[in-house]
Ligand binder design. Sequence first.
Ligand SMILES: NC(=O)c1ccc[n+]([C@@H]2O[C@H](COP(=O)([O-])OP(=O)(O)OC[C@H]3O[C@@H](n4cnc5c(N)ncnc54)[C@H](OP(=O)(O)O)[C@@H]3O)[C@@H](O)[C@H]2O)c1
Length: 350
Amino acid sequence: MAQMEVGVLGATGTVGQQFVRLLDQHPWFKLTWLAGSERSEGKRYADAAPWRLSTPIPTESADKIVQAPVPGQGPKLVFSALDAAVAGELEAAFAAAGHIVVSNARNYRMEADVPLLVPEVNPEHLGLVPLQSTRGWKGSIVTNPNCSTVFLAMALAPLRQFNLRQVMVTTLQAVSGAGYPGVPSLDILGNVVPFIGGEEEKIESETKRILGSLRSENGKNAVVPHGVTISAQTTRVPVIDGHTESISVSIDQGVTIEDVKQALMTFRGRPQDQRLPSAPCHPIVYLPEQNRPQPRLDVDRGNGMTVTIGRLRPCSVLGYKFIALGHNTVRGAAGAALLNAELMQSEGVL
Ligand SMILES: NC(=O)c1ccc[n+]([C@@H]2O[C@H](COP(=O)([O-])OP(=O)(O)OC[C@H]3O[C@@H](n4cnc5c(N)ncnc54)[C@H](OP(=O)(O)O)[C@@H]3O)[C@@H](O)[C@H]2O)c1
C-alpha cells in the first residue's frame, strides 16, 4: 500500500510532538507538513518546538520548516493538536477546504454530526461523518475524547454487558496534560491541585456519548448517549506522564469479581481484529499486584496505547472499585487520533 501524506496542525506543542514521534516510520502515513502559530512559522521544526520527549526529534522532521496553518495547503489528512482557543475556527476552515481533520481539541467533540471515537469502543460512530456534508464542508472532522475520558470509556466499555448504572471517578492527572509550559512548578511540586477547568463536565458528558449507541432516526444517524450516571472529580498531581483514575461502578448484583476481571482482560475491538498498526494487542491489561498500576512503571505499556487496570475489589457504596492508568499524550491524545485515522483508512473513510 502506498503511504498517504499527512500533516499536523499544532505540531510544536506537547501533543504535536507525540504526533511527530508516532508518525516517524509509520507504515501507512508519511508526515510531510508541520504547522504552528505565527510564533513558529518559518522556523526549522527543531528550533520552534520545545522538544520534551525522551526520544530524539525524528531527523526527517527536525529540518522541516514550520508552515502557517492555511486551509488548502498541506495534505488532505491533517491531525490537529491545536489549542482549543483557535481549533474551532481553524479546523472548520480546513474541513471546509476539503481536508479530513482528525482532532484532539474539544471544540467539535459533542456536535451531533461529529464522531467522538475510541476505536475499540464505538467504531460504528464513524457513521456520523456523511451528515457533515450538510455543513457545506468538502472534508470532515473526526475527534478523539478528552484524555481522562478515553481511559474511563475503555474501562467501562467491557462492563456495559453487566447493566452499568452509576460511576464515580476521581482522577490524578499528569502535568503534561496541561500542555507546555503548563502548570508553574511552584504550583505543582509537592502539591495536588483539586481543580482542572471544564474537565469534570467533559468526562461526564463525553463518556456517555462514547458508550452510547448509533441509531438511525428518519434515515438519519444519531448517537443516543448511554444512560449511566457519572460523577467525576479531577485533580492535577506532580507526575509527568500518565493519568491515574480511581473508579467505582454500580452494576448488576450477582456479577462476581471474576466476571468483571474476565470482561476487562478479554476486552478487544476492531483495531485488534484488523491489526491496525497502532493497536495494542491488549487494549486493557489487568495487573494482579496490590500496588499497581503506577505511572512510572506502567504508563508505556503497549507503546502507551494500553490502559492498565488493577486493584479490583468490592466497593461498599457502589459495588466494585478499581484503579485505571493511561498515557495522556499517547492513548489520551496523539495515539488516539492516529488509531482513529488508521480505523478510517481500513474502513475506507479516508
Ligand atoms: N496534553 C494532553 O495530554 C492532551 C490530551 C488530550 C487532548 N489535548 C488537546 O490537544 C490540544 C493540544 O494540547 P497541547 O497540550 O499539545 O497544547 P500546547 O502544548 O499548548 O500546544 C498548542 C499548539 O497549538 C498551536 N497554536 C496555538 N495558537 C495557534 C494559532 N493561533 N495558530 C496556529 N497554531 C496555534 C501551538 O503552536 P506554537 O507552538 O507554534 O505557538 C502549539 O503547537 C488541545 O486542544 C488540548 O486540549 C491535550
